[in-house]
Ligand binder design. Structure first.
Ligand code: FES
Ligand code: FES
Length: 208
């Protein structure tokens, strides 16, 4: 059988390899010739007062920091999660003066003098809140990533409507997504914490 001629000649292969090696060798030298950029100017910082889970604090923050960054990275309250970091998923929900907000969408510097409650503030004297206990009893957490946000949204919901119906719970928590799609169990847990009769569900999935 006749041998098929290789379309890439030995000469062309060696020429191409040589060019690639020359480029790789020259890259560090070119990088060394680049002008050094001046250091970024320091970000403005502001000292704010925040009451977090009932404890008044003074915290110096960079003006660009969001509330969730301050909670997690400055105060060490990592129960509040960052999901989308753009006001879409609700994982970062905390209560600001009792109202649920996305803490990824609030600059901390806006909040001087305000009161924040996070998931760490729900338990009392080492005991879970009734809502937290209901989440445990009804398997309302799967991976758990959305759970702290769900708990804070539900806490606010029950504060303004202590005996919600199932549709009211679903409507009240539409801003909190669950990638595990555990919505029915979450609704059951909120209803149980409210003292309402449990609602029959068709399983753990389902649209919110
Ligand atoms: S992380 Fe804030 S809304 Fe998703
Ligand atoms: S339990 Fe996994 S995202 Fe909700």
């Amino acid at each position: 059988m006749a041998r098929q001629k290789n379309p890439i000649s030995r000469r062309r292969f060696l020429e191409g390899t040589g060019a690639a090696l020359a480029a790789a060798t020259a890259a560090p030298a070119l990088a060394a010739q680049r002008p050094t950029l001046p250091p970024a100017p320091p970000s403005a910082r502001t000292r704010i007062r925040l009451t977090i889970n009932g404890v008044a604090q003074r915290i110096e923050v960079e003006d660009r920091w969001t509330l969730v960054e301050v909670l997690r990275d400055r105060v060490g309250l990592t129960g509040t999660k960052i999901g989308c970091d753009r006001g879409e998923c609700g994982a970062c929900t905390v209560l600001l003066d009792g109202r649920p907000v996305y803490s990824c969408s609030q600059l901390a510097v806006w909040l001087d003098g305000r009161s924040v409650q996070t998931v760490e503030g729900l338990a009392r004297n080492g005991r879970l809140s009734p809502l937290q206990q209901a989440f445990v009893d009804h398997n309302a957490a799967q991976c758990g990533f959305c759970t702290s946000g769900q708990l804070m949204a539900a806490t606010a919901l029950l504060a303004r409507n202590p005996r919600p119906s199932a549709p009211e719970v679903r409507a009240g928590m539409t801003g909190n997504l669950c990638r595990c799609s555990n919505y029915n169990a979450i609704v059951e847990a909120v209803l149980a914490a409210s003292g309402a009769a449990p609602q029959p569900t068709a399983g753990n999935g389902g649209a919110q």
